[in-house]
Design a protein around this ligand. Structure first.
Ligand code: 13P
Ligand code: SF4
Length: 301
């Protein structure tokens, strides 16, 4: 039996659903029941009837699934797959900012630890952050941990006062503006699509800024036939599959998230077979983080 057939069999036996982020390997995306960006996958995790959720992504995603569905068993093919940015905010800093401002909302990007979520008022993802923040009554927004996304949002919502903390995604931050400029000069007829985790200099050059799903949708609705892609290279799997005649150009070969690449089909089958790498979250912390995630789901509707 091939590995794909074995996974299908195991999914049925264990009553498992497989969720995969667009940045993981194409073979894993192929066996997944749902493939999407962080927002879409968190919605699925909160609604799925299956007993077991296998999260093919990084730790904060699997922990969010466990927080949203604490009664379910949540597994990861590789628990070492962790997002460095998720650890770039500190609970002590939240406490001191709360003391400084009374009209404040602590808004944490879903790419953060469960503890940071538990100390925040609401979570956001790159696809719903603008909508969610616009609905908040507070004037001051402590946006953690991604400063690039926070800075971009502050330009879209100028009536709010954004306080940032200096966190960043090393993959998107490494898309260097000079390299982007060079690519634009080489491919003058290409549209430049960028994820908001990229720097301001890169976003200023983009024809479209949006989440991973936003980028995929933009291409689907566009008449153009060449795109320069400023995000993690895993998105090309879906883009090329759906648009075989369109040209996609990366800026360089560093657009690779090493943590997302830890997720392989071999590890996926092993974790399902052994029901290995189960995610656990402290009950009290999880209950508080649930409120921030639930508020996101409610305001993003
Ligand atoms: P989205 O899935 O919201 O586009 O976020 C990208 C990302 O870097 C996930 O880790
Ligand atoms: Fe984290 Fe960036 Fe990797 Fe996403 S791409 S998991 S934000 S390091």
């Amino acid at each position: 039996m091939d590995i794909e057939a074995r996974i299908k069999e195991l999914k049925k036996d264990k009553d498992a659903v497989i969720l995969a982020h667009y940045y993981v390997d194409g073979r894993v995306q192929e066996v997944a029941d749902y493939v999407g960006d962080s927002y879409y996958l968190s919605k699925i995790a909160s609604e799925t009837p299956n007993k077991v959720i296998v999260f093919c992504g990084v730790l904060f995603m699997a922990e969010s699934a466990k927080v949203l569905s604490p009664e379910k068993t949540v597994l990861m093919p590789d628990k070492v797959a962790d997002c460095p940015m998720a650890h770039m905010a500190k609970v002590e800093d939240i406490a001191s900012i709360r003391e400084k401002y009374d009209d404040l909302a602590v808004v944490c990007y879903i790419n953060s630890t469960t503890e940071i979520k538990a100390n925040s008022d609401v979570c956001v993802t790159s696809s719903n952050a603008e909508k969610v923040i616009k609905k908040l009554p507070q004037k001051n927004i402590y946006f953690i941990p991604d400063s690039n996304l926070g800075r971009y949002l502050s330009s879209l919502i100028p009536d709010k006062n954004f306080i940032l903390n200096g966190g960043y995604c090393h993959v998107h931050n490494n898309v260097i503006a000079k390299d982007v400029k060079d690519k634009k000069a080489k491919y003058p007829n290409s549209k430049l699509l960028a994820h908001p985790e990229c720097t301001k200099e890169v976003l200023d050059m983009a024809d479209y800024v949006g989440s991973t799903s936003g980028i995929i949708e933009y291409v689907a609705n566009s008449q153009d036939n060449s795109f320069i892609i400023c995000t993690e290279e895993g998105v090309l799997y879906k883009l090329k599959k759906e648009n075989p005649d369109i040209e996609f150009i990366l800026i360089n070969n560093k657009q690779v998230c090493p943590d997302m690449k830890r997720v392989t089909i071999d590890k996926l089958v092993k974790c399902l077979e052994a029901m290995d790498n189960q995610i656990s979250v402290d009950e009290e912390v999880g209950a508080k983080a649930f409120l921030a995630l639930e508020k996101m789901l409610e305001l993003a509707r």
